[in-house]
Design a protein around this ligand. Structure first.
Ligand code: ATP
Ligand code: MG
Length: 498
């Protein structure tokens, strides 16, 4: 038996969208199989079918040589197939051990839960993964990387033969990614197969054995990772050549639009900087350096203790996002799915929300203008949605992010803060987003670009600020910036502030 799992000719239709069209996926024991494709290509849907969240319209699933029906996630898990979703599923108030054994706690002879056993078993699992944690620790005390490890421990406790990881690294630091890869290699050695979904294509070479490409719900092919290069993978994914990765154009940089002076709060130390019209100012730093906190302080989400914010030379009091928007500031938040979107509303409503005023004729909203405008933006950022009126919660992860992006592109603000704008976005769409950001700068918008991807910062920004532990530790012009210099400021090894 060559394959432990075969998904054959799987099709799935959602209202208005053919999410999967005769897709195949074959998995070998102990391999890392990477699943790639643009946003909306059908990756998560295929995995949700494997996991019994969705039922397939047609096709068959053969697991360990037998055709099987998977009706719900519980059945999948018991059969030996576990999924780790990007939105982790642990219960924050319960402990590590309680989460791992939830609903299947071992019982003592008298019918009561054998807690001693629960904690002991958990300890064994954690040890196996070299995770240094007390099984009694509550989940809400853990960071994302640790939570992910707990999900992996849970998958192991089910003696899974297959573990699916849907964009596991999108919120991890480099160090945490290395740890995850070490665990993946260990799982491989013990014969577990990993299905790995990621938009970070450089990871394919690091961790993948074989890969399968989907495009528009279609199966494109399966390849040995060692026989294929990244450019070819991109071409297979998007169906065309993507030539330029960073389509940077420098705009005319003029007046100071935003000035922050000696800003302090719980997370920020004496932050001062200026942002000009037409400028793309990068904000680099390691995870936890305080970049998101700075964005939130400027946007009026987090309170400031001292310091001033000037817009076009005038001191402003910004104590809520509404104040910020009124003063011409927009923020594309890092966690877009929960902070940037109203899941119950449709695509159109989400896009036009901060900008409704411009669609009002006297007292009525001009629905036609609103629809036309939203269609324009849906096309610009290439959002895969059956209609502007589809609810955002039915869009794929990456497409939901694009909706938030479109919202701020459409809004009439002068200053836009982008917090990790391309996280979870496919390669083709990344280039489109970079072009849009450049165009905004050309139209005189001032842009603050927070990014953990150093090539992105180097490729896109006119000037770069680097943060470390809540402080700005360095400033670099586009010309002088290099990865090494950014890193030396980001790690606090070096300081240079004027
Ligand atoms: N529950 C649903 N109802 C309606 N349409 C859906 C539903 N789930 C997914 N879709 C649609 O199916 C298509 C495939 O979505 P899927 O989430 O599988 O994409 P993906 O490859 O995981 O993309 P991403 O990289 O953005 O996460 C998309 O067009 C999406 O809008
Ligand atoms: Mg997905």
């Amino acid at each position: 038996m060559e394959y432990i799992l075969e998904m054959k000719n799987i099709s799935k239709q959602f209202p208005g969208v053919k999410a999967l069209n005769n897709v195949n996926l074959n998995i070998k024991k102990g391999e890392v199989h990477v699943l790639v494709g643009e946003n909306g290509a059908g990756k998560s849907t295929l995995m949700k079918i494997l996991n019994g969240v969705y039922s397939k319209d047609s096709g068959e699933i053969v697991f360990k040589g037998k055709q099987i029906q998977i009706r719900n996630p519980r059945e999948a898990q018991e059969a030996g197939i576990s999924i780790i979703y990007q939105e982790l599923n642990l219960i924050p108030k319960l402990s590590v051990a309680e989460n791992i054994f939830l609903g299947r706690e071992p019982l003592k002879k008298n019918g009561l839960i054998d807690w001693k056993m629960v904690y002991k078993e958990t300890e064994v699992l954690l040890k196996k993964l070299e995770i240094d944690l007390d099984p009694r620790t509550k989940i809400n005390k853990l960071g994302i990387a640790q939570q992910q490890m707990i999900e992996i421990a849970k998958a192991l406790s089910f003696k899974s033969d297959i573990i699916v990881m849907d964009e596991p690294t999108s919120a991890l630091t480099d160090k945490e990614i290395n740890k995850l890869f070490a665990v993946i290699r260990q799982l491989k050695e013990s014969g577990v197969a990993i299905i790995y979904i990621s938009h970070r294509l450089e990871e394919i070479k690091q961790i993948g054995d074989r890969l399968t490409v989907l495009r528009d719900g279609n199966y494109i092919g399966t390849y040995e990772v060692k026989d294929i290069d990244i450019d070819t993978i991109i071409q297979l994914m998007v169906g065309r050549k993507v030539d330029e990765k960073y389509p940077k154009e420098t705009a005319e940089i003029s007046d100071i639009v935003l000035e922050v002076r000696n800003l302090n709060n719980a997370k920020l130390k004496n932050i001062s900087f200026r942002l000009k019209k037409g400028e793309i100012l990068g904000l680099a730093g390691l995870m936890g350096a305080g970049r998101t906190e700075l964005a939130r302080a400027i946007f009026g989400v987090d309170p400031i203790n001292s310091g001033d914010i000037y817009i076009n030379g005038i001191k402003k009091n910004i104590s809520s996002p509404l104040d910020a928007i009124k003063n011409g500031i927009g923020l594309l938040p890092e966690d877009r799915r929960t902070q940037g979107l109203i899941q119950k509303m449709n695509v159109l409503e989400n896009i036009t929300l901060p900008n409704l005023n411009s669609f009002v004729d006297r007292i009525f909203i001009n629905k036609k203008r609103e629809i036309n405008k939203s269609i324009e933006f849906i096309e610009q950022v290439n959002i895969r949605t059956p209609s502007p009126l589809a609810k955002v919660r039915f869009l794929s992860g990456g497409n939901q992010q694009k909706v938030v992006l479109a919202k701020w592109l459409c809004a009439n603000v002068e200053i836009i803060i982008f917090d990790e704008p391309t996280r979870g976005i496919d390669v083709g769409a990344k280039v489109e987003i970079y072009k849009l950001i450049c165009n905004m700068a050309k139209r005189g918008k001032a842009i603050l670009l927070i990014s953990s991807e150093l090539p992105e910062v180097l490729g896109m920004c006119d000037r770069i600020l680097v943060m470390h532990e809540g402080e700005i530790t360095g400033e670099l012009s586009r010309q002088e910036a290099t990865q090494e210099k950014i890193l030396s400021y980001a790690t606090g090894r070096n300081k240079n502030v004027g």
